[in-house]
Design a protein around this ligand. Structure first.
Ligand SMILES: Cc1cc2nc3c(=O)[nH]c(=O)nc-3n(C[C@H](O)[C@H](O)[C@H](O)COP(=O)(O)O)c2cc1C
Length: 214
């Protein structure tokens, strides 16, 4: 069974990000896709300390709650990552979470401009990004969308959609914004269809193409 993990980068469990990530995941449940939600606020995650110990092992040596999250992400086919804008950027929770995937990005020994990733070696994965802010001008979102989509792309995720939702301030604002919910659901449906297509290709590819096993 395929698996999608939703990651909520806000401390507000009943806030706008939580609602939108969960609505996105709901669109996937009918399609033989298991889903799981991670509220980053429930975990104690520090940022990367730059020790470079992960260089050859792809494992992070920091013993905090990120160690519980790594297996969930490794065993998933896609992630839905959402963060509100905090001062023109993602929240520190989301930033710490992303930094800790440095151990999955792998650079050539003699040339730092050459890199690949654990995710690419595992066959490629998909991501949706959801960015939320209170202002009505996209520039007040600052770097929020790119602060998620660029690291994810570097980590080998194909980012299928970056949903940007403006004008959400109070927790319950999302309940009055059906357009925003529809946008998130449409992105979720696209992810579901992409995963389905991927599965079809996986089961048909050897029927049509001459591929050696080794
Ligand atoms: C510390 C802090 C900084 C914020 N900075 C911005 C900002 O730069 N631009 C903006 O439009 N909204 C900003 N906001 C508003 C939040 O993005 C908004 O309330 C959002 O809906 C919160 O999402 P949540 O309910 O998922 O926590 C900020 C909120 C906080 C608490």
């Amino acid at each position: 069974m395929m698996k999608v993990v939703g990651i909520i980068g806000s401390e507000r469990k009943d806030g706008n990000t939580a609602y939108l990530v969960q609505e996105t995941l709901k669109t996937l449940k009918s399609k033989e896709i298991a889903t799981e939600t991670i509220f980053l606020g429930d975990y104690n995650i520090s940022g990367c300390n730059g020790c470079e110990s992960c260089k050859d092992t792809y494992r992070c040596v920091i013993h905090d709650d990120m160690q519980k999250i790594y297996p969930l992400i490794l065993n998933s086919d896609a992630i839905v990552l959402g963060s509100p804008t905090y001062f023109y950027n993602i929240t520190s929770l989301t930033k710490a979470f992303l930094e800790r995937f440095y151990c999955f990005q792998v650079f050539a020994e003699d040339d730092r401009s050459v890199w690949s990733s654990v995710n690419e070696a595992l066959g490629g994965k998909y991501a949706l990004v959801i960015a939320i802010c209170e202002q009505d001008d996209e520039k007040d979102m600052g770097f929020t969308p790119e602060a998620m989509s660029l690291p994810l792309a570097g980590l080998g995720y194909r980012v299928l959609d970056t949903v940007k939702i403006l004008k959400l301030y109070k927790k319950e604002d999302i309940l009055r914004n059906t357009e925003a919910v529809e946008k998130a659901k449409t992105a979720g449906e696209k992810l579901g269809k992409t995963l389905q297509l991927r599965k079809e290709i996986e089961s048909n590819i050897r029927k049509h193409l001459d591929i050696k096993n080794s």
